[in-house]
Design a binder for this molecule. Sequence first.
Ligand SMILES: [Zn+2]
Length: 269
Amino acid sequence: MNRKKYIVWYIFSFIFLFAISSCSKEDKTVNIFSIQDDIAFGQQMRDEINSNPAEYPLLSKTQYAEAYQHIYRIRDSILESGDLIYADKFAWDVDIIRNDTILNAFCAPGGYICVYTGIIKFLDNEAQFAGVMGHEMAHADRRHSTDQLTKAYGIQLLLGIVLGNNQSQLAQIAADLAAGVATLAFSRDAENEADEYSVKYLYQTAYDARGVGGFFQKIEGNPQPPEFLSTHPSPDNRYDHIIEVWEGLGGKTGETFVDSYNQFKSTLP
Ligand SMILES: [Zn+2]
């Protein structure tokens, strides 16, 4: 067996054993992507989204510059919390998708955030919205997509990508993902972690850190489960868990910023 083959088999066996030994515990897959893979993957997804205006009608950044200023301001306060590992490495670019009927947001690996106008209009204040943004940014910063991808595509295919032999398949997966973001859901452990980090990020800002909990409280009474729950499945006692994390940090009450949020909403079409 030549050296390259040996290394491939060695890595494969290691990951295979790791996957088997951890399959009883959800969400403990090894991350075989590099940070550069995350960034490249996010860019691929972003290109797919940009080239599909029928599915993703993006709000123009020049025509709706004011709306983007608001969303960048909110994103920047989260990044300035100092709690993101890849605050300086990932792009943290944001696009607003014009669709008032969809209550969802997502963040591709490498920090490419997409937010539907539907969820912006649905929420009542900026702390809730910042809570949702923090949750999405946590999925990228904690690199949860790897688990999602490993479950969906299998370790062997991903290994091929990591070893650089499979660039066309990387593009194909990005295309698949962009075509059906709603079909790939995070694990409940990843959801819990994204909720926790949302609270941690916001706790360092002027926002009330329970913002993301406000969103879940608000959708609870909704007769139709929003799209958000199809890509972000709800763990048990989600709201209680958010409050626990907030209390653990000291239970500081922050601002909700209703006025600036209404201004943000008024800049949308
Ligand atoms: Zn989520």
